[in-house]
Design a protein around this ligand. Structure first.
Ligand code: ATP
Length: 602
């Protein structure tokens, strides 16, 4: 008779022990109880396979950053189940409709099969953790021709040996739907208890996890080398570090007070967080959730390689697509289709080049920098990175002057950022991997001003094209009309919405209006490459109106020192030849639009 948790003679462990733990974990919602069940499981697990048991408990085979995922298509799992039990696929599909969970169906049909066979459970060969893991691994890695059939076979082999309870969890795991609700922190708790239970151990285990987020690796170290093994876990190139996060406060005054009266304020870029690991012959890019992004951003890989002057480094930053012609930061969605896409990356890179704005360095030439204060890390960052078109430092100021900070915030919004991240500059300002604390505080704008209507703007200048637009204009400088002052005040750079033909024709169209200097009726603080007599009116649609320290439209009306700007302006295709420049949208109208269309950001 087989005992629960009994190990098979050759040192293997029965999968039944895991299945039984899952069953118990599923029966409770209390974290402490869950932890107890896990402690029991870990204590009963031979150290050689502790890592596998941990990954399986998380419903995976490896830490996420390795990118090897289980996730067998349901129809293949149904085929395997049908093959094992002799029950027709159509019948399994019927049962699936009823239960809504193929795991439950598997439990049900395997039970029926067992009842029908002559053998009893006791006499059967039992399923080991190794065997389950090995077949899952083969399923996850099978590729190419004939791989579907192989996957079905590997799964059927497991189901043939499985008890009904095991079959339920095998199916859920292989489909990537185990979802026991065991948080990583619960596993860390369970490990600390199983291996001694001291507070010191708990915090060491957590620190190790934050800089080397591989629970299987940590568990094995702990089981084989004890607390000293965990102390020895260091930052390693190629293994992502859990990202430091920011707290939030709703006023700059509060932030400044919390930071002790002075702090660094950096643009809060609205892109995708990227942690870049650079060694002499390799580069890895990781997302905030520690997924491996390297193959999706070959342009970033290349850019960081040539910008870095050291040997080995780990950098933290935000990747943001940029319109090369207007300099405007674009919403990340324009490149998000790169993710998970193997083809067409070259084209996407050309259309929407991404700039990596670096704000931290965590490791340099063998040295862990996370315990150094932020000002020193920033200094080192600036020392070892040479800025380029594609790799830049996060724009920042260090200030104690609330008005200066407010102006900087407005500029950040105008430049397409979400707000600012304030950073502590004291001795305590270490890089707290995985933590959300007040060493970093984000300050986001609370509302946006949406433009519900199109506006008619006057072309007052233009900028030379870059990239694909070399030889024509990259963007036009657009202005609204101020009737009181009888002048044209700039409000945006317009670069999108034009067809290729229109773009090519622009220089010719404006040839006769070209003047060597800014027209006296144009008020601009931006230096255009070409200036025009204000005459041509275009219809433009924009996403929102922001306060702007650079554009002159309605300067000082809403806020001292700020004008208004239109973000993401787009030519609608309509040349307003029927309108004279004095009939264009007025600065006053834009002020009204600004006031009327304030929308809270959630
Ligand atoms: P949010 O949705 O506000 O970005 P979050 O939970 O993703 O919130 P937080 O830690 O709260 O992340 O806010 C900081 C985030 O802002 C970082 O994860 C990073 O992606 C982004 N970011 C942009 N610029 C900076 C910067 N200069 N310094 C730090 N983080 C920055």
């Amino acid at each position: 008779m087989r005992l629960k948790y009994q190990r098979v003679i050759d040192g293997n462990m029965e999968y039944a022990a895991i299945a039984e733990t899952y069953r118990k974990v599923e029966s409770t919602t209390k974290r402490l109880e869950m932890t107890d069940y896990l402690v029991e499981l870990f204590k009963n697990t031979p150290s050689e396979i502790l890592d596998k048991v941990i990954y399986l408990t998380q419903g995976k085979l490896y830490p996420d950053y390795m990118g090897i995922e289980l996730g067998l298509a349901e129809k293949l799992a149904i085929k395997a189940l049908s093959r094992t039990t002799g029950i027709r696929e159509s019948q399994i599909n019927e049962l699936l409709k009823k239960h809504g969970d193929l795991g439950l169906v598997a439990e049900d049909v395997i039970k029926k099969k067992k009842q029908m066979t002559l053998f009893s459970f006791e006499e059967e060969k039992s399923l080991t953790v190794e065997k389950v893991y090995e077949n899952f691994d083969k399923i996850a890695r099978a590729e190419g021709e004939g791989s579907q059939e192989k996957k079905i076979q590997y799964l059927a082999e497991l189901l043939n040996l499985a008890t009904p309870l095991e079959a339920k969890y095998i199916i859920r795991t292989v489909e990537g739907k185990l979802r026991l609700g065991i948080a990583d922190m619960t596993i860390l708790d369970a490990l600390s208890i199983a291996y001694g239970g001291s507070k010191e151990l708990r915090s060491l285990v957590e620190r190790a996890y934050n800089i080397h987020p591989d629970l299987g690796y940590i568990a094995k170290k702990l089981a084989e080398e004890g607390i000293e093994g965990v102390k020895g876990i260091k930052i390693q190139l190629g293994i992502p570090i859990r990202a430091m996060l920011a707290e939030r406060l709703s006023s700059l005054e509060e932030i400044l007070a919390k930071m002790g009266g002075k702090a660094a304020f950096e643009y809060k870029y609205d892109g995708m967080r990227i942690q870049a690991h650079v060694s002499e012959d390799n580069i890895w890019l990781y997302s905030r959730r520690l997924e491996n992004l390297t193959s999706q951003f070959p342009d970033v890989v290349k850019a960081i390689k040539s910008a870095f002057k050291g040997r080995e480094g780990i950098f933290d930053g935000e990747a943001v697509p940029v319109d090369v012609n207007t300099g405007e930061l674009l919403p990340f969605q324009v490149v998000s289709h790169r993710r998970g896409r193997k083809y067409g990356i070259e084209k996407a890179m050309e259309e929407y080049p991404v700039v990596l704005f670096l704000f931290d360095i965590l490791y340099l030439d063998g040295e862990d920098l996370t315990m150094k204060p932020y000002p020193e890390r920033r200094r080192l960052l600036e020392e070892v990175i040479e800025e380029s078109e594609k790799v830049k430092f996060a724009t920042r100021i260090v200030s104690e002057d609330i008005e200066e900070i407010r102006r900087f915030f407005n500029k950040a919004i105008e430049d397409g950022c979400e707000g600012l991240v304030a950073k502590n500059i004291g001795d305590e300002s270490i890089y707290r991997a995985g933590a959300r604390e007040f060493l970093w505080i984000k300050y986001k704008r609370e509302y946006k001003v949406e433009i519900g209507d199109t506006v008619d703007l006057v072309v007052v200048g233009a900028f030379a094209g870059k990239g694909k637009r070399r030889g024509t204009y990259g963007a036009l400088l657009m202005a609204a009309y101020n009737p009181e002052k009888d002048r044209f005040e700039t409000v945006c750079k317009l670069g999108s919405g034009f067809t290729d033909e229109q773009l090519a024709y622009l220089p010719k169209k404006f040839e006769s209006l070209c003047i060597p200097e800014r027209h006296p009726r144009v008020w601009s603080e931006i230096d255009a490459d070409y200036w025009f007599v204000p005459q041509v009116v275009l219809e433009v649609i924009g996403a929102e109106i922001t306060l702007s320290p650079t554009h002159t439209c309605a300067r000082d009306v809403i806020e001292k020192g700020s004008g208004l700007a239109i973000r993401f302006p787009r030519f609608t295709g309509r040349w307003r030849d029927d309108k004279s420049p004095e009939e264009a949208t007025t600065t006053k109208e834009l002020v009204e639009m600004y006031k009327n269309q304030i929308k809270k950001i959630g």
